[in-house]
Design a protein around this ligand. Structure first.
Ligand code: UTP
Length: 284
């Protein structure tokens, strides 16, 4: 039902300078795998195999990562290390990747509008690769596809945050419409409000299912908070018509766009890898 996933990946990643001066933030690894590959694998698990990536200057490494490296294949052929390529090979073989460039980094909303050329006129998923999600059972995007199937409108993933942190997120308010599934019909949403102005502590994280209607709204969305074209502002227009639900997902989310979240994710994934496979990092 949802066939395409859009990855806005054009941001400068200034919080990770100097690492992100010549390396895309999305290529920073948690253990041995780049952030964006975790995102692509989450989309695959949700039944999606068309990946649409919005890139920008200095992001060429993303395209190379999702392509065959003949030199490396040749070098490792028959060697024990060849198995280290298995995971990425499977991703490359089972998905298509298309790219477009955001020429000016005018904000997340603008990045999504830039991706319209890759998406066309159909509902689609969005993953912000710097939000790394993990659930032992069904992945977060797969959970959201199920919600979309039921409600047929935009779905945003939310989690509760400490009240003093509302100014780091888009914050929603709404009516709980499905207790067992933790779903809210969104009535309002605000980008990065001060704690005193926040309508709740329910924060949007980097997973969305959007209907193509969002493109028409984004075309008319003016720059908002921080002078950027905000997806939150465009979604608010659809929320006013009852066309957005928020889903409190099952699982964990790490803010890998911040150094603290990145370190936390690294430790977490290192520990679960040890649980599932002793010494996974020393595999030769
Ligand atoms: P962030 O707010 O994390 O910005 O963007 P950033 O530039 O990546 O990082 P910092 O704050 O400078 O450290 C959220 C997501 O939106 C994308 C980013 O790539 C990231 O996935 N984005 C943001 C774009 O694609 N284009 C933009 O103009 C802005």
């Amino acid at each position: 039902m949802i066939k395409k996933c859009l990855f806005p990946a054009a941001g400068y990643g200034t919080r990770f300078l100097p690492a992100t001066k010549a390396t895309p933030k999305e290529m920073l690894p948690i253990l041995t795998k780049p952030l964006i590959q975790y995102g692509v694998e989450e989309a695959m698990e949700a039944g999606i195999n068309q990946m649409a990536i919005v890139t920008g200057r200095g992001k060429r490494a993303i395209e190379d990562h999702f392509d065959i490296s003949y030199e490396l294949e040749h070098q490792l052929k028959g060697a024990s290390k060849e198995s280290l390529l298995n995971e990425i090979r499977e991703v490359i073989e089972s998905c298509t990747f298309s790219y477009t460039r955001q020429k000016q980094m005018l904000g997340l909303g603008h990045a999504i509008l830039t991706g319209q050329t890759l998406i066309g006129n159909e509902p689609f998923a969005v993953i912000l690769a710097d939000d790394l999600c993990y659930n032992e059972d069904k992945g977060v995007l797969a959970q959201m596809v199920e919600i979309y199937r039921k409600y047929r409108c935009c779905v945003v993933a939310i989690q509760e945050v400490a009240p003093e942190n509302t100014n780091k997120y888009g914050i929603i308010d709404g009516k709980l419409i499905d207790d067992s599934d933790n779903i809210y019909r969104v009535s309002t949403m605000v980008e990065k409000p001060d704690p005193k102005d926040a309508p709740s502590n329910l924060a949007i994280i980097g997973r969305y299912i959007l209907t193509p209607e969002i493109f028409d709204v984004l075309k008319n969305t003016k720059a908002g908070k921080g002078g950027e074209i905000q997806l939150t502002d465009a979604l608010l227009e659809l929320a006013k018509e009852g066309k957005v639900v928020a889903y409190k997902f099952k699982g964990k989310r790490f803010d890998c766009g911040s150094v603290d979240g990145f370190v936390e994710a690294t430790n977490f994934f290192y520990n679960i890898n040890l649980t599932f496979a002793p010494n996974p990092l020393q595999k030769s």
